[in-house]
Design a protein around this ligand. Structure first.
Ligand SMILES: Cc1cc2nc3c(=O)[nH]c(=O)nc-3n(C[C@H](O)[C@H](O)[C@H](O)COP(=O)(O)OP(=O)(O)OC[C@H]3O[C@@H](n4cnc5c(N)ncnc54)[C@H](O)[C@@H]3O)c2cc1C
Ligand SMILES: NC(=O)c1ccc[n+]([C@@H]2O[C@H](COP(=O)([O-])OP(=O)(O)OC[C@H]3O[C@@H](n4cnc5c(N)ncnc54)[C@H](OP(=O)(O)O)[C@@H]3O)[C@@H](O)[C@H]2O)c1
Length: 435
């Protein structure tokens, strides 16, 4: 069986940026043979949240390449140039393209790597390939859309699988009820409920805010309740001094801080990213409620300081026991559909790595995102997007995507050189790309 130098799990922005860095390293004659496995049938960037008017929350300059190599073929500016839209984009006068356009940019970038990415395959688990007492290789087991299980061997692994929908405990028993779904599958699911009249949106982050406005426009007569524990929807702070926490050198600062300092930094700046919609969106929502006041109707409701104590599936709806934290009282409401805009968990890599967990010291990564392992374990395993607690709030975002891949590739070159028979890694590999 063929042995790859590197297999990447997931082909979202993090691993596309890595593929680009590896490609550009090839031109510097460091050849690392890589392959990527993506569970979606084609490239798509959070497709079920591709809502009208949704915009990027980061400057287009923090694209897949610019921060690492502004002269790369894969910059957003070169994409515009290739698509003959550069001048039109300039006339838009924005740093924040639509998510629709950024998805098109990412799709364009991903398309360069079709020869080394298997789409429509979900990685199920990673198994050790032992030689004596040492683990030399990893066996990556995946299942394609025809339910066929594939296996591939690799010397190193990069896991960049993004977040998994966070479902609050009280909703887990409703998993099979199609009337309850997470924001992650919003567009796919909402189309199945054209006649919904009572809708609950749980959460107070960017996803909840975007979905509330989408529902407001999508259903003229439905009642939408926006339910959150917070006292107010607070805006994401992207003012310049605060935004410095997303600078690449801040990653060093966070990583080199003590555990306690890191916890304090994360907590101080938590609301730059989480439970923090854009101010413009908050103003739009406020305006909806204000117009209701003028009209003297209460179509939608803003249920702040509310908790869902219980959710029960009934024939004619999903029944909530809501707890009003302000008034300290419970009451019952029933909904036709419930959208859980409750954020994401980022620990699924532990399930994929379950068969090799004993080889890792403590599931912490080093500065170059490599999981610390025992000496008998030779492969390097890197994590992208699951290192917020050690590397800071930029880890789940696009901010450091380009520079992070440079750090990983440097560690990979070191690791692969040690693994290669000659101890050298200077294999000139012809580029498979025409650009
Ligand atoms: C709606 C939405 C909008 C966002 N907008 C912004 C923004 O404007 N700016 C910003 O900085 N950040 C934004 N983010 C944060 C987001 O995390 C990053 O933009 C970016 O998507 C991170 O890239 P990634 O490759 O690490 O993860 P993802 O984009 O989540 O990609 C992970 C990929 O791995 C695949 N995968 C998962 N499990 C497996 C498996 N077992 N086998 C094979 N493939 C698998 C997934 O299908 C997916 O394609 C947004 C997040 C959401 C939810
Ligand atoms: N256009 C865009 O660019 C765009 C669009 C959508 C998302 N995003 C990004 O995607 C990331 C995630 O955003 P998100 O809005 O999906 O998630 P989020 O910011 O993590 O917000 C999750 C919300 O759910 C609430 N919540 C979590 N668990 C809950 C529970 N058990 N019960 C009740 N409420 C609960 C949280 O409330 P508490 O605060 O009370 O815990 C919070 O209000 C962010 O980086 C965001 O910027 C970007």
């Amino acid at each position: 069986m063929k042995i790859y130098d590197l297999i990447g799990i997931g082909f979202g922005p993090s691993n596309i940026a890595l593929a680009i860095t590896l490609e550009e390293q090839k031109q510097a004659s460091y050849g690392i043979e890589s392959f990527f496995i993506e569970k979606q049938p084609d490239f798509a960037w959070h497709a079920n949240m591709m809502l009208d008017n949704a915009h990027m929350q980061v400057s287009f300059l923090k694209d897949l390449a610019t921060m690492r190599n502004p002269s790369s073929h894969f910059t957003f500016i070169n994409y515009l140039h290739q698509k003959n839209r550069l001048q039109d984009f300039i006339n838009l006068k924005t740093f924040f393209p639509s998510r629709y356009e950024f998805n098109d940019y990412l799709t364009w970038a991903a398309s360069h790597f079709d020869h080394c990415c298997a789409y429509g395959e979900e990685v199920l688990e990673i198994l050790p390939e032992k030689h004596g007492s040492e683990v030399e290789l990893l066996r990556v087991r995946s299942r394609n859309q025809d339910q066929v299980v594939n296996e591939r061997l690799t010397r190193n692994l990069v896991i960049s699988i993004g977040g998994q929908p966070r479902i609050p405990d009280g909703f887990r028993s409703l998993k099979e009820d199609s009337r309850v779904f997470h924001s992650n599958s919003y567009l796919k699911e909402i189309k199945r409920h054209p006649n919904a009249k009572r809708i609950a949106v749980v959460g107070g982050g960017q996803s909840a805010a975007e979905i509330f406005m989408d529902l407001h426009h999508r259903y003229t007569a439905a009642q939408v309740d926006l339910i959150m524990r917070a006292r107010a929807i607070k805006p994401s702070d992207d003012s310049p001094f605060v935004n410095e926490i997303f600078n690449t050198d801040f990653t060093d600062h966070v990583f080199n801080s003590s555990d306690q300092q890191r916890t304090e930094i994360l907590s101080e700046f938590w609301h730059t990213n989480y439970a923090a919609p854009d101010l413009v969106l908050i103003e739009q929502i406020f305006n909806v409620f204000y117009r209701q006041k003028i009209a003297g109707i209460e179509q939608h409701r803003y249920l702040r300081r509310h908790e869902v104590k219980q959710a029960v599936s009934q024939k004619d709806g999903i029944q909530f026991v809501l707890h009003d934290l302000g008034a300290d009282r419970d009451y019952i409401e029933s909904y036709d559909i419930v959208v859980l805009a409750t954020g994401y968990n980022r620990d699924y890599h532990k399930y994929l790595l379950a068969p090799i967990l004993p080889y890792f010291e403590d599931m912490r990564v080093d500065r170059q995102y490599r999981l610390r392992s025992v000496t008998q374990f030779k492969p390097a395993v890197f994590l992208q997007g699951a290192c917020e607690s050690s590397h800071g709030l930029s880890d789940t975002l696009l901010s450091v995507t380009a520079t992070r891949t440079q750090e990983i590739v440097q560690a990979l070159i070191h690791s692969t050189s040690n693994q290669s028979a000659s101890g050298q890694l200077k294999r000139a590999m012809p580029s498979a790309l025409a650009y």
